[in-house]
Design a protein around this ligand. Structure first.
Ligand code: SF4
Ligand code: SF4
Length: 472
């Protein structure tokens, strides 16, 4: 890594990343290349998703973006990928293109339509669960259109920059971010009244604290540390963050960069030789660390990955963690990646039932839970977030936007999200809960924002923060 002063290195990096972003134009050669690469990466599962939809629309009501507009129903969005697939990969599509709705983007306007559809999908998997043929429209939208949009240059500047900041570990050279890290660690130390067990080799549990964890739910990080300490576990954590929110590259479907980030992370974690790695983030970090890591590495990692809520459930079941239950009217919001895509649905109920006599499930929970509408990068399409992140890295907010067109796109995405989140807020209101506990920074941000928008008075907390308050 270069020894240049952080500001100029970051500045240079931002200029490089921004040079590859194109929200205005249409580079035909670049688009064609992206299509070829995307089609070459299709496997039998994705071919099934592309070929076998009967258009019954059984999946439509499940989608958080369907209430925004019918054109954002899962099939309508996936159909944009099917147009390209038919045109490029089927003989009939090549011969009778218009008859079979086989076409590919030919102009900036066509590309804009695809990109807009992509950012009206959170990859929540609700369409997959409701499709009688097991078609995962979200997976097609994310992998095929995500890569076409990203590779054609229509990529959110904020995500593109933070992807490189994570992969190059530039965050280690950013004073404001490192200050947040050390402030939270100091508070954690005070909370347990002893030094933190940093960088221990061969511990049973390795708490993977990422920068986004300390930034978005510091109480959750401190809570997790209190819990591991109180349970008397053999545990450790890294003295410096190993990643920002790994792998950010996956959000914009950059597979080579995703693999690079995961490989680097695995190499660091393996050097500590832990038996288990505990993650706090139940958003995309969970399935990537738990299910995709072996595929990226081409082997099984030497440790097991589990979410803090899985560890909490295990400790409570084994009687190793005693809680003083409250009377809080508390509920659990299932992050889609943890519950629907990861299958972790029972553990949060067990943990919260032990933590409060007032625990209630949401009317729609577990695999049937409503998405908060913020996943898939949509949560970052937020001008307030862009402004806050810009302040942290010492840049004017316009540096994290490519221009007026991207700004308009962000505003339009925020408008769509404000409709998509309403169904979740109504579900919480029906439950009568006053505290919503969950485990994903995007869900927390989206639910808190939605509650404010629709006048629902609730607190939103990370599960580790909530449980730590109930320790006996
Ligand atoms: S994955 Fe979720 S957001 Fe995307 S199309 Fe399916 S239901 Fe809609
Ligand atoms: S439910 Fe399945 S088959 Fe029916 S429209 Fe949706 S993806 Fe197609």
């Amino acid at each position: 890594m270069s020894q240049e002063p952080p500001a100029s290195e970051l500045q240079k990096l931002i200029e490089q990343v921004k040079a590859s972003i194109d929200w205005e134009g249409f580079d035909k050669e670049r688009v064609e290349k992206a299509i070829r690469e995307t089609l070459a990466s299709l496997d039998p599962v994705k071919l099934h998703y592309l070929e076998n939809c009967v258009g019954c629309a059984a999946c439509a009501p499940a989608c958080p973006y369907y209430p925004v507009s019918e054109k954002y129903g899962p099939v309508e969005k996936a159909e944009l990928a099917r147009h390209i697939y038919r045109k490029e990969a089927t003989i009939l599509g090549k011969l009778f293109g218009p008859l079979l709705n086989a076409r590919k983007p030919k102009s900036a306007k066509d590309l804009d339509e695809i990109v807009e559809a992509l950012y009206r999908c959170t990859n929540c998997g609700a369409c997959y669960v409701s499709c009688p043929f097991g078609i995962d429209s979200g997976a097609i939208i994310r992998s095929m259109l995500g890569s076409i949009a990203t590779k054609s240059g229509r990529v959110p500047t904020l995500i593109a920059i933070f992807e490189v900041v994570e992969r190059e570990r530039l965050f280690l050279k950013m004073p404001a971010l490192m200050q947040i890290w050390s402030d939270v660690m100091k508070k954690a130390e005070q909370a347990i009244g002893k030094p933190l067990p940093y960088d221990k080799k061969g511990a049973e549990y390795f708490l993977l604290v990422n920068l986004s964890d300390v930034m978005f739910y510091p109480d959750g990080v401190i809570g997790a540390i209190k819990i591991l300490d109180r349970a008397g576990l053999d545990w450790t954590l890294p003295s410096k963050p190993l990643a920002f929110r790994p792998p950010i590259a996956a959000v914009i479907a950059l597979s080579k960069q995703t693999k690079e980030t995961l490989t680097m992370l695995d190499s660091d974690i393996s050097s500590y030789n832990p038996k288990n790695v505990v993650v706090l983030d139940g958003g995309f970090v969970y399935p990537w660390m738990r299910f995709e890591l072996p595929k990226a590495l081409g082997r099984r990692p030497s440790y097991r990955v589990l979410h803090i809520v899985e560890l909490l459930a295990k400790l409570i079941r084994e009687g190793r963690l005693k809680l003083k239950p409250s009377d809080d009217k508390v509920t659990w919001h299932d992050p889609c990646q943890l519950a629907r895509r990861g299958g972790v649905t029972e553990e949060p109920n067990l943990v919260l039932s032990a933590a409060s006599k007032g625990f209630r499930k949401l009317p729609h929970h577990g695999a049937e839970s409503y998405c908060c509408g913020g996943g898939g990068g949509i949560g970052c399409m937020n001008l307030q977030m862009i402004e806050e992140m810009a302040k942290l890295v010492g840049m004017p907010p316009e540096y994290l936007l490519k221009g007026e067109k991207e700004k308009r796109f962000v505003e339009k995405t925020m408008e769509a999200w404000s409709i998509a989140v309403k169904r979740k807020i109504d579900d919480i209101r029906r439950s009568g809960a006053k505290i919503v506990v969950t485990a994903c920074p995007v869900c927390m941000h989206s639910i808190a924002g939605g509650a404010q928008l629709y006048g629902l008075n609730i607190e939103v907390k990370h599960i580790a923060a909530y449980v730590a308050e109930r320790l006996e």
